[in-house]
Design a protein around this ligand. Structure first.
Ligand SMILES: Cc1cc2nc3c(=O)[nH]c(=O)nc-3n(C[C@H](O)[C@H](O)[C@H](O)COP(=O)(O)O)c2cc1C
Length: 162
């Protein structure tokens, strides 16, 4: 049997074999300063109304800011944006937008250049989820390109699942 059955396979191990896309969730502080972090826990929740969710860890420095933000963007990274995923997941958070091309969506939240697609959301609800908060966004605007998306699989970033 191919399936390696073991009672102690960790949740982390199981999730690592499930390929996902990679996004940068971004917003701006009341003073206009942009911030953002790499997130793969992005999924759609409802079509009518149009809702999506992202899960943000309590230890992330963006957490306290994001749960009170009025709006955020979800930037779906393109296959050639592996370095962008690393930049937005590396410490420190400061400087991630420095020398990186981006613009503001209507809410002021950042849209990164070169992404495969993006969504602008108002914060609809924030729910408790263990050591993460589930931030539910209502989609206000969206855009897609022809660029293929970056994937995350077995702990690796790349253009295809391995
Ligand atoms: C591929 C990938 C996916 C990630 N997904 C998430 C996620 O869904 N939620 C989360 O809170 N952190 C996620 N992270 C970790 C954050 O990007 C990382 O902890 C970041 O430094 C947090 O930034 P901050 O402290 O400025 O908020 C992910 C990292 C990588 C590389």
């Amino acid at each position: 049997m191919d399936l390696r059955e073991q009672a102690d396979a960790s949740l982390r191990e199981v999730m690592s074999i499930y390929p996902t896309g990679v996004t940068v969730v971004a917003a701006s502080d009341p003073d206009g300063s942009p911030y953002g972090l790499t997130v793969n826990s992005f999924t759609s929740l409802s079509l009518e109304p149009p809702l999506v969710l992202v899960c943000i860890g309590h230890t992330s420095s963006s957490h306290a800011r994001l749960i009170v933000a009025p709006a955020f963007t979800v930037n779906v990274l393109a296959a050639d944006q592996e370095e962008v995923a690393s930049r937005f997941s590396r410490d420190p958070s400061e400087g991630r937008f420095q020398d990186f091309p981006w613009r503001r969506a209507v809410s002021g939240a950042p849209v990164l250049d070169g992404v495969a697609a993006w969504l602008e959301c108002s914060v609809h609800e924030v729910l408790a989820g263990g050591d993460h908060s589930i931030v539910v966004g209502r989609v206000q605007r969206s855009a897609v390109s022809d660029r293929p998306a970056l994937l995350f699989h077995r702990g690796r970033l790349g253009p295809t699942a391995k």
